[in-house]
Design a protein around this ligand. Structure first.
Ligand code: DGL
Length: 270
């Protein structure tokens, strides 16, 4: 089984990291479309065009049998377009996050923080709404560059996060919601999970869609269950980026939690 993991950049490596823990017995090819990042500030048509060309690369040139769209923005805006474009199963992170929120919430009131494009698409609101949940979404675009800068435990990041969260909690209170669950709706936010947990009231549980997505891939692919276990063989892990491989290696290792030795540069056009 060769799993293709796609993201606009490095953040999806948090999903790959979770996948490697859950399914060490698969081969992985990861593509970060770093030349065209950020997706979170772009239109649906542009994100779909970029995401479809990336999916074609993973399936046609890398022979992926299964695609995981780790990017929340691409999952929110382009999942249907990707599914139409490639002949393999494609899993996005929006439904997996909504499933986890449904399992976690008692009040039925859920908060979502994500990029501007994801929030404007209301994909999380729709997915949660189908499951009978009430949702307040908040765009928090400053967090992506802060994480890429490595400012994880930095006072500026703490301050920015506090401002976003207090605005979000005020909105929820005004709407009469009693949220007990918050979805980290962007690939970069799992790196700030501890910051979120520190800043939020203890009654609000944080959902990391990276972990949940890995669980769902395992559930879909691990039949029989032994397929998920380490099998003693060396499995391929290939990394591709559409911009600086040096930067990918440097920043990517922060997201993956281990060194990335080799990254190949590819050109997917503009
Ligand atoms: N990968 C994007 C997401 O999860 C964040 C970075 C970007 O804007 O491209 O929404």
């Amino acid at each position: 089984m060769k799993i293709g993991v796609f993201d606009s950049g490095f953040g999806g490596l948090t999903v790959l990291r979770a996948l490697l823990e859950r399914l060490p017995g698969a081969d992985y090819t990861y593509l970060g479309d770093t030349a065209r990042l950020p997706y979170g500030a772009k239109s649906r048509a542009t994100v779909a065009r970029y995401a479809v060309s990336s999916a074609h690369f993973l399936v046609e040139q890398q022979h992926a049998d299964y695609l995981v769209i780790a990017c929340n923005t691409a999952s929110a805006l382009a999942l249907d377009a990707i599914r139409e474009a490639v002949p393999v199963p494609v899993l996005g992170v929006i439904d997996t996050g909504a499933n986890a929120a449904q399992a976690a919430t008692k009040s039925g009131d859920v908060l979502v923080m994500a990029t501007a494009a994801t929030v404007e698409s209301h994909a999380y609101a729709a997915a949660c709404g189908h499951r009978g949940l009430r949702v307040i979404e908040k765009a928090s675009p400053l967090l992506v560059p802060l994480v890429e800068e490595g400012w994880i435990n930095h006072p500026v990041t703490e301050e920015v996060l506090n401002i976003y969260l207090s605005e979000l909690l005020d909105e929820a209170a005004q709407a009469g919601l009693q949220p007990d669950t918050l979805i980290l709706g962007c690939t970069h936010y799992p790196l700030l999970r501890a910051n979120f947990e520190r800043a939020l009231p203890p009654s609000i549980r944080v959902i990391d869609s990276a972990e949940v997505t890995a669980g769902q891939v395992a559930a879909a692919l691990c039949l029989p269950e032994e397929a998920c276990k380490p099998d003693g063989k060396v499995h391929a892990r290939r990394f591709y980026a559409t911009d600086s491989v040096a930067k990918f290696r440097r920043l990517g290792s922060r997201f993956l939690g281990e060194a990335i030795d080799a990254v190949d540069l590819i050109d997917l056009g503009g």
